[in-house]
Design a binder for this molecule. Structure first.
Ligand code: EPS
Length: 398
């Protein structure tokens, strides 16, 4: 990995902390844009009360410097990131009732088995999706790097429970991103959005939770990122792992991968054509989701993620009180009802991080200035970039 990050912090502790290592020097970060992404992550229908308490704002205390007339830029050093938890003020001096009955679906039981916790809150606090706030900061920094190379990322919700948005294939991706941002379900189709809202409302009234599917799209990625030569260099697999690492994500597919299983190969694989210029190879379809052999094709990268219903359910669930050894019902603590609209922003962040890493691996370079000419000289899917030997050939091993 050329780019790495670590996060630390508990949901109700004083701060979230992260370090991003490997960013090249010379990138002028837009802090206001980072805070706008943090606000996006906080807004989405189906949230619990916590989002009314937090007003996430980033503090960057290393790796990004400059004063006076010079624009502040990344130094190439590790970037230190902090977001305060405003809710901490309420928890700081409170005596907190023990949690001894694990919630099905949360990390309460598995965390206690693994770490030997005598208090289940220790698992809950770190497993919480509160941590995704710092991931959004990291992802936005990565997006700002990718923007320098005209690579952009957006996302939207495609289903909530059984309500699905059947997006017209001719609706452009920028139009989908813009339409999704016009509502707090983050769904590009008005009709589906209203049905999704009604469904989430009904789920909340029934004291339950609901999951869904969202799609993250990266536009402008050059062909040739990732590699077929080794399992851990396949960029599609790296994207599945990074998006799959988001709390409550239980499935990730590249393009319509599961739907493709129901169609013959002749209907799935994106045929190759010559564009009008007689030079550029192009496709009229993108069933591959932007990847062949773990390498980008140059088509839009499509990552789809399945989010399970939130595990903290207002209706008590059957469990066992580990303190008494008796069957018991779970005790509810404030939570979200549907986090799918907000998870889109986190999905974008993880895709941005993974693509930025891949671009840095491809281009090398310690500064933005070094990367730019290397990017401009990348081989593209043009005949002139792909000269063939076109002669008889032998393996010729020793
Ligand atoms: C979460 C539970 C809720 C969510 C939280 C994730 O927090 P609380 O227990 O304080 O109500 O709001 O998400 C965030 C705080 C956030 O910033 O996204 C959980 O248990 O995972």
């Amino acid at each position: 990995m050329r780019l790495r990050f670590l996060t630390a912090g508990e949901s109700h502790g004083p701060v979230l902390t992260a370090v991003l290592e490997g960013m090249p020097a010379g990138l002028a970060l837009d802090i206001a844009a980072i805070n706008r992404q943090l606000a996006r992550r906080q807004s989405g229908y189906g949230s619990g009360g916590r989002m009314k308490i937090e007003k996430d704002a980033v503090q960057i205390t290393a790796g990004f410097m400059g004063s006076g007339s010079a624009v502040r830029r990344t130094t190439g050093g590790p970037i230190a990131i902090t977001i305060p938890n405003l809710d901490f003020a309420k928890w700081r001096d409170r005596e907190i009732v023990p949690i001894t009955t694990p919630r099905p679906g949360h990390a309460d039981l598995t965390g206690a088995v693994k770490y030997g916790y005598g208090e289940l809150r220790l698992a809950l606090e770190r497993a919480s999706a509160r941590e995704t706030a710092v991931r959004v900061v990291i992802g936005t920094i990565c997006q700002q790097l990718l923007n320098q190379f005209n690579i952009t990322i957006g996302g939207y919700v495609t289903s909530i429970g059984r309500i699905t948005a059947d997006l017209p294939p001719d609706m452009s991706y920028p139009a989908r991103f813009a339409a999704a941002e016009s509502n707090d379900i983050r769904c590009p189709l008005a009709e589906a959005e209203q049905a999704m809202r009604a469904h989430i409302r009904a789920v909340m009234q029934a004291k339950d939770t609901v999951g869904g599917v969202f799609e993250i799209v990266a536009l402008g990625a050059p062909p040739g990122l990732g590699s077929h030569v080794h399992w851990d260099r396949r960029l599609d697999a790296q994207l599945m792992a990074s998006v799959g690492s988001i709390q409550a994500i239980k499935g990730v597919e590249i393009g319509p991968a599961f739907a493709n299983t129901q169609r013959p190969g002749s209907a799935v694989h994106d045929e190759i054509f010559l564009a009008d210029d007689g030079q550029t190879l192009c496709r009229h379809t993108n069933n591959s989701g932007g990847f062949e052999g773990g390498i980008t094709t140059g088509e839009p990268i499509i990552v789809r993620a399945a989010m399970k219903p939130i595990a903290t359910v207002l209706n008590p669930r059957r469990s066992v009180n580990l303190a008494t050894g008796e069957p018991a019902e779970t005790v509810y603590e404030r939570s979200d009802f549907c986090a799918v609209p907000r998870a889109v922003v986190v999905g974008e962040a993880m895709v941005a991080f993974t693509l930025a890493n891949s671009l840095l691996e491809k281009l090398g370079g310690d500064s933005l200035a070094e990367m730019q000419p290397r990017f401009d000289s990348l081989r593209r899917t043009r005949l002139e970039d792909l000269p063939m030997d076109n002669e008889l050939w032998r393996f010729g091993y020793g």
